[in-house]
Design a protein. Structure first.
Length: 425
């Protein structure tokens, strides 16, 4: 089927696909597509939709314990025209029902997601299935193999380390290993993650590294943060540290907040945008140490607000506990958005980040999360922060989303051709 001419999309840099036919792509993940912070797959899916491809996503009501309805069973839901980050790049999200009982939810997922995957294969007839989870990715890989559909296993993190019940980590890893063997192609976001996944048995010959991208138009140093600073009661002389994203307990934010309380420097403020596991602990620290004016919790904000929030900061943070396994190998999307805004980032010595950015590219490393306060003061007071910010912007220009999606489109075409040749034998 031929393409029509692309439409103008405000706030998005859209490059029309060079391919001559529209693809149908089915993304499958085990978290909330709509409420959780946007991740690389949101950008990828919506930009592909803007190029004329038809996108559906099967997701999972991950936040049902805290944000879902109080019900024992949830019904299947379909959300049409969902756009998280790129105006006009709409995705149809299908959410199978589950039994809302801890632990049992995962067993119910096996049945409801398997049925939904089969339904989408029969009705939607995807050209490629892209899996991002553990259980439902395995189910999708098996279904794709039976039906001769290419399956791409997309790795952002080592997911089995994220399973809340630690005794299930080994089972999660076993399922991931089996899915890796079934996959036609494996995509990872960093060289470190490639090494890890290769160690799990993935064939290096069918692996691709596709790093997270950045919208250089949206995340631009020309964006002003003055209105945000005024709104939050931040003065011109205040030094602002900023973090955005899911608030894991190991994100280092509690340690930084306690360091602020210990130092009693009234002009140093920590602004946090996001929700998550550590939110209540941070509120407790805020109240216990009378940090209402210095630990500023703005909650989860729309993606379009992030550039102004980053612009309001002097230094951005990725100060996770370096001993935390989950943080070792990935490259969170927020890094690219911080740096594109021309802001230096203080990070703990996370191997994936250090390998990707090294020294002198806008990232400064500390040994412990609490060391970020002293380092931020040093950078700002010495004038290094602005110099590092210019290097930061320069270091991420090669990660423009258009180039990233170009490469992903090529991989999609490659796996379709490879699969057709295999099935045809």
């Amino acid at each position: 089927m031929g393409y029509n001419a692309p439409r103008e999309v405000k706030g998005s840099s859209v490059r029309w696909s060079s391919f001559t036919r529209k693809m149908k792509l089915l993304f499958i993940q085990e978290t909330d597509w709509i409420k959780r912070n946007p991740l690389p797959q949101h950008h990828m899916a919506e930009l592909l939709a803007l190029r004329g491809h038809e996108i559906r996503a099967i997701d999972y009501e991950f936040l049902w314990r805290t944000q879902g309805k109080k019900e024992l069973f949830s019904k299947r839901q379909v959300f049409d025209n969902i756009t998280r980050v790129h105006t006009g790049g709409s995705v149809t999200v299908i959410r199978p029902g589950i039994v809302k009982v801890p632990a049992i939810e995962y067993f119910s997922l096996i049945f409801t997601h398997r049925a939904e995957i089969q339904r989408q294969i029969d009705e939607f007839k995807p050209d490629v299935i892209v899996g991002l989870g553990i259980l439902n990715a395995f189910l999708a890989a098996r279904a794709a193999r039976r039906r001769g559909i290419p399956f791409i296993y997309y790795w952002l993190d080592v997911l089995h380390w994220l399973i809340p019940f630690k005794p299930f980590h080994a089972l999660g890893e076993l399922i991931e290993r089996r899915t890796l063997r079934l996959a036609d192609r494996v995509v990872v976001v960093s060289d470190r993650l490639k090494e890890f996944v290769t160690g799990m048995g993935a064939s290096p010959g069918k692996m691709n590294v596709i790093r997270p991208g950045i919208s250089l138009e949206q995340f631009n140093p020309a964006v002003s943060g003055e209105a945000i600073r005024k709104q939050l009661g931040i003065g011109k002389e205040d030094i602002v540290l900023f973090f955005m994203g899911w608030l894991y307990h190991f994100a280092g934010l509690k340690e930084i907040a306690l360091e602020l309380a210990r130092r009693k420097r009234e002009n140093v403020k920590l602004v946090i945008a996001g929700e998550g596991d550590a939110y209540e602990d941070l509120l407790r620290i805020q109240g216990e140490y009378n940090l209402q004016d210095r630990l500023i919790m703005v909650g989860q904000r729309p993606h379009e607000d992030m550039s102004a929030l980053i612009a309001a900061a002097d230094v951005c943070l990725l100060a996770a506990d370096p001993r935390e396994k989950l943080m070792r190998d990935g490259l969170p999307q927020k890094i690219f958005e911080y740096l594109a805004m021309g802001k230096p980032m203080i990070a703990t010595r996370l191997p994936g980040v250090m390998k990707e950015f090294g020294e002198g590219n806008g990232v400064v490393y500390v040994d412990r999360p609490e060391d970020a306060v002293d380092k931020a003061l040093e950078l700002v007071n010495s004038g290094q922060a602005k110099k590092l910010g210019k290097k930061a912007r320069k270091s991420v220009k090669r990660y423009d989303w258009d180039k990233i999606v170009d490469r992903f489109e090529e991989i999609l075409e490659e796996v379709i051709k490879e699969k057709s040749m295999t099935v045809g034998k």
